[in-house]
Write a protein that binds this ligand. Structure first.
Ligand code: ATP
Length: 273
């Protein structure tokens, strides 16, 4: 029986504990209603505006947000909603696609490392290095001996980032197969959404169970204290947006951000005509 998410906002499994996704609800069934969630989300978004400005002004730390989901899981829409208010100059969004020939000629983390946020910035990964143990594993794009080593390599890589002042939050948008069907149908029914649908998405849908097993391994092996995964019930978009915004704000609040000290004697400054 899946957890009801009554009291827990975002579900973070205990670090390195075994995750079975059927234990986690895809649909929020708690007491909060949509109106309340949206109102709270807006408050968090406004706070996010200020915190991002402080992060930039201070220039000492960075925040990396990793979003992973099945197709139609809501990665794009999450980015659009959560960062509504934030100064676009302070965030960098990167979508990782099928690697290019040049990327494939390097190690799998090469293209990723180049896109990690500099101090002062929020970086958002729409898909990420985790594709290298998801799509790559499910489709046997490299031998098992190669991908099975990657969990530890990823943990070490994320450790390097956190040691260098980058906080990492990873969100798996946990969607039900039924909700994916409805979202695909909507993309087919609405002409302005047709572009979002690709027949190839159905082939991936057929691999649903393999992907769930691959995600469970990711959520088990790469859920560390320093770079935790969050399993977000994603069937209800308003709840998904609310919890993710809240979690990001909480993280930034705990980063010890402050505006830098102003220069001395600013009170004496007179701006010349
Ligand atoms: P979205 O990412 O928003 O769902 P999309 O699915 O339309 O958009 P695509 O242009 O199809 O985006 O590119 C993403 C594709 O790239 C996915 O099928 C993904 O599995 C694939 N991909 C990403 N990283 C890798 C990788 N390392 N190896 C192989 N395929 C990858």
């Amino acid at each position: 029986m899946a957890r009801k998410n009554q009291d827990i906002d975002v579900l973070t499994p205990k670090p390195l504990s075994t995750v079975n996704l059927s234990d986690y609800a895809t649909r929020y069934e708690g007491d909060m209603d949509k109106k309340t969630a949206k109102a709270l989300e807006q408050q968090y978004e406004e706070r996010l505006f200020t915190l991002q400005e402080m992060l930039y002004a201070q220039g000492k730390k960075a925040l990396l947000i990793v979003l992973q989901a099945m197709d139609a899981g809501g990665k794009d829409s999450t980015i659009k909603h959560v960062f509504d208010y934030v100064n676009p100059q302070g965030i960098h969004v990167h979508s990782f696609k099928v690697p290019t020939a040049e990327e494939l000629a390097h190690d799998f983390l090469w293209r990723i490392h180049k896109r990690t946020p500099a101090k002062g910035y929020i970086g958002i990964f729409n898909r990420s290095h985790y594709e290298d143990v998801l799509v790559v594993r499910v489709n046997n794009l490299v031998p098992k001996e190669v991908w099975k080593e990657r969990y530890e390599l990823i943990n070490n890589f994320e450790r390097i980032l956190t040691e260098n002042g980058t906080h990492i939050l990873k969100f798996y948008l946990h969607l039900s197969k039924e909700e994916q069907r409805e979202r695909f149908q909507d993309r087919l029914d609405r002409p302005e959404k047709n572009w979002k649908f690709s027949k190839g998405d159905l082939a991936v849908r057929e691999q649903w169970d393999d992907y769930m097993r691959a995600y469970e391994d990711v959520l088990t092996k790469c859920n560390t204290e320093y770079a935790p995964w969050h399993i977000v019930p994603a069937d209800r978009k308003w709840y998904r947006n609310y919890v993710i915004t809240k979690r990001i704000v909480e993280e930034l609040e705990n980063m010890g951000l402050a505006y830098p000290e102003p220069e001395d004697n600013l009170d004496d400054v007179v701006i010349p005509d």
